[in-house]
Write a protein that binds this ligand. Structure first.
Ligand SMILES: [Fe+2]
Length: 298
């Protein structure tokens, strides 16, 4: 695939950190206009209490409003398993189109079964405004952006490249963090290795913006690196790690990891583009499939 690279454009990137899920959300602004995009927003949840709130999203909304920006896109790099998206809440306040990778249909099919969703749950991605394919282009004001299909962590992961900045989702972590797990239903360590190589084939100076950082070794959280730094120093894929070595390492490591605390609410909400599901009476309600996730991940 020949991607339409344009390193001459430097988008203005504002990062918002959610310490509950160690997620970075971004506002990405066109330097030549007031247009912006939001990438990977977070809805707050107190799962024990069944309570949702929008403090994190309100910070982003306030930033966009106070800077007089126009929100054109609300992007999800993938269906997150560790936090809930605030995309519909932000769209309701500020407009913009919600976009995700077209393979969302695969994710909806897999988790539609796990959560025993009825036929009213559409598995065609129609909850989203735009489904991106590999190499698709779109604009944020005057800025050109394109998508790279980077599956492995999930089957629907996309990297969004906007000027000289690539938003990699969970395809890569900071060099000392390595890579994300590949053991969720539909994930694949070999695919993840191939996707990482695709990202690392971008120009050395390309900025890489992370979706997560866990501050390994107690350091401050960080969210930005470059292709050159990842190639040289990434602890899972740097130094020319082979595909076989990576798959072995990733598979062994994933077998030791617990499910993310919020995977059950996150998937039900995020596969609906951030809408909370409703019961037969129309009340917002979440399900817990007993032994459903484990059975299918073994
Ligand atoms: Fe993720």
């Amino acid at each position: 695939m020949d991607y339409p690279l344009d390193l001459s454009v430097t988008p203005e990137v504002e990062a918002f950190f959610d310490p509950e899920s160690n997620t970075f959300s971004y506002v990405v602004k066109d330097p030549a206009s007031d247009a912006c995009a939001v990438i990977d927003s977070v809805m707050d949840i107190d799962y024990a209490a069944g309570r949702i709130a929008f403090e994190h999203a309100d910070q982003i909304i306030e930033y966009i409003r106070s800077n007089g920006l126009t929100l054109e896109w609300i992007i999800e790099t993938h269906v997150h398993a560790d936090h809930l998206s605030a995309a519909p809440y932000i769209q309701d306040k500020l407009g913009g189109r919600i976009g995700i990778g077209e393979k969302i249909c695969v994710v909806q099919d897999v988790f539609g079964k796990i959560f025993n969703e009825g036929t009213e749950f559409q598995r065609d991605g129609s909850q989203f405004d735009r489904l991106f394919r590999d190499g698709d282009t779109y604009t944020i004001g005057t800025m050109a952006a394109f998508t790279m299909y980077t599956p492995g962590h999930t089957p629907a992961c996309m990297t969004h490249v906007i000027g000289n900045a690539a938003f990699v989702g969970d395809t890569l972590f900071m060099p000392d963090g390595g890579s994300a797990r590949a053991d969720f239903p539909g994930g694949d360590a070999g695919d993840l290795y191939d996707s990482i190589q695709k990202v690392l084939s971008l120009p050395d100076e390309m900025r890489l913006l992370m979706c997560h950082d866990y501050g390994p070794g107690g350091r401050e959280v960080q969210y930005e690196t470059t292709v050159a730094e990842e190639k040289a120093n990434n602890i899972h894929v740097g130094h020319g790690t082979s595909r076989e070595e990576f798959i072995k390492m990733r598979t062994e490591r994933d077998a030791t990891l617990n499910m993310p605390r919020l995977i059950i609410p996150s998937l039900q909400v995020n596969m609906r583009a951030g809408e909370v599901p409703k019961d037969a009476q129309g009340n917002p309600m979440l399900k817990v499939p007993i032994n459903g996730l484990q059975r299918r991940t073994e």
